[in-house]
Design a protein around this ligand. Structure first.
Ligand code: FMN
Ligand code: MN
Length: 442
């Protein structure tokens, strides 16, 4: 089966996790709230009718990790280990055999019109509708190497968008190389992707390491590509839609405000400007929207960072059972099977050091489910003594956009029980807990 958005939607449907929204949805006043509704219900949603726009929209596409695991062809319990293994591998993309679905419809010049697309307003004070789930493809003019990342883009006109891409983010660095020669930077923005490609795009690899090579490794086969119609770039041939164009050199314009991933609005800032040269798409394309800071956003950014934290904690010699970044990528819970007193602190410090933005790290015992915040907080409140459980590291630095200095220290919370005291701390279990079901008694 082809690995693309449509096959993934089939997979979600087969698992009973796809809902179709057949009634018209207003892109400015309803769609964003429905994304939260989808998250609350843990469903992938296909919006079949966005009022006044042409094309469909998918929401909460990567909210469920079990579906991502199935997309990788493994059992959900194997997800983290499989990702960590494939993160070390690369399968480079290759040209598609036969016609490219993404170029079934080609629009250039005045017929290419961004205002026709089902782009939505994500938060009440946002400046405009935004693209939040596009993967941006560019080549460094100095090395020729490709980079792929996710960057928000503000709708500004039929053929103009603002784009957020500041160094040290690699697209920003690449653009600065083009700008040094006063050259426009050609880019392609693919929307409606196979979810594993989004995971790859949200992963920070060393500069020059092509995220599409990781996407291929996650898929287990190359991402099929085709040549852009107006730019000298290859684009994902089975994406739903591609915007082709360029980033203007030496131009910055106001972009924002935008409700960003810490749930705050980032203020108006001077950012880059994208000029559209072509839109290509499939018939009845399905675009995608992601809420910054939503569970799926944390999934996308968290998966690779959890692998990083896991590797660091394991390197201390700890037996690590689980790592989860929740509910933002600034906090994490690690469960370990503790072998000696103090091991939790060593594992937690390694985690805090390995991932720069990590601000709070909570270490729990192996019987605590790190995917459930309630469970983690239960462990903190029942098993830790605040006077010695909390270790603060001053002035360690963290998330960089920090005008009020709330991210420049780190804390570790050791919520593990005193070593060897299982009989005192064992959780009670109701008789029949594993087998008795309410529905059998109705
Ligand atoms: C939904 C979503 C939106 C994002 N928006 C931006 C953005 O506007 N600007 C940015 O610098 N990074 C953004 N990111 C993060 C980058 O895509 C991510 O850090 C990526 O790994 C950067 O690629 P690079 O390592 O090649 O620089 C976003 C991530 C997600 C999942
Ligand atoms: Mn990169």
């Amino acid at each position: 089966m082809s690995q693309d958005l449509r096959s993934f939607l089939d997979l979600a449907a087969a698992q009973g996790h796809l809902v179709r929204l057949s009634r018209p949805v207003d892109p400015d006043t309803q769609a964003a709230a429905l994304l939260y509704e989808l998250e609350r219900h843990d469903k992938v949603g296909l919006f079949e009718h966005i009022a006044g726009k042409s094309g469909r929209l998918v929401g909460n596409l990567v909210g469920r990790r079990d579906l991502l695991a199935l997309a990788m062809g493994v059992h959900p319990a194997e997800f983290a280990a499989t990702f960590a293994d494939r993160l070390q591998r690369r399968i480079p993309p290759r040209p598609i055999q036969g016609p490219a679905p993404v170029q079934e419809v080609v629009l250039q010049g005045d017929t290419a019109d961004l205002t026709r697309l089902p782009l939505i307003v994500h938060a009440t004070r946002d400046a405009a509708a935004y693209i939040t789930a596009g993967i941006v493809i560019a080549h460094d003019p100095r090395t020729g190497r490709r980079n792929v990342s996710i960057n928000r883009m503000q709708l500004k006109g039929p053929r103009k968008m603002g784009i957020r891409m500041m160094p040290p983010q690699q697209l920003g660095v690449i653009q600065s190389h083009a700008e040094a020669d006063s050259r426009p930077l050609p880019i392609a923005v693919a929307i409606g992707n196979f979810p594993l490609d989004l995971v790859a795009a949200a992963t920070t690899l060393p500069f020059g390491d092509d995220e599409l090579g990781l996407a291929g490794a996650l898929r287990g086969e190359p991402v099929p590509m085709t040549r852009g119609v107006s730019v000298d770039l290859d684009v994902p041939a089975r994406a739903e839609l591609v915007l082709e164009g360029y980033v203007e050199p030496n131009v910055r314009e106001a972009e924002g405000p935008f409700g960003d991933f810490l749930q705050f609005y980032v203020p108006v800032m001077d950012n880059h400007v994208f000029r559209l040269t072509a839109v290509t798409h499939r018939q009845a394309p399905i675009l995608q929207a992601i809420h910054a800071g939503s569970k799926e956003d944390v999934n996308l950014l968290g998966i690779s960072r959890e692998a990083q934290v896991m590797a660091a904690a394991v390197a201390t010699g700890a037996h690590v059972c689980g790592v989860r970044l929740l509910p933002t990528i600034l906090g994490c819970a690690i469960s370990i099977e503790q072998k000696y007193q103090g091991e939790a602190k060593n594992a937690g410090m390694a985690a805090l050091g390995a991932y720069r933005w990590l601000k709070y790290c909570i270490v729990v015992d192996h019987d605590v489910n790190v995917d459930e915040l309630d469970d983690v907080w239960w462990a903190v409140s029942t098993r830790s003594n605040p006077s010695d459980a909390i270790t603060v590291v001053d002035r360690s630095g963290g998330f960089p956009r920090d005008p009020f200095g709330v991210h420049n220290s780190k804390a570790l919370i050791d919520a593990t029980i005193p070593l060897g005291e299982w009989s005192e701390f064992e959780r009670k279990v109701a008789p029949g807990a594993a087998t008795v079901r309410l529905e059998d008694f109705l």
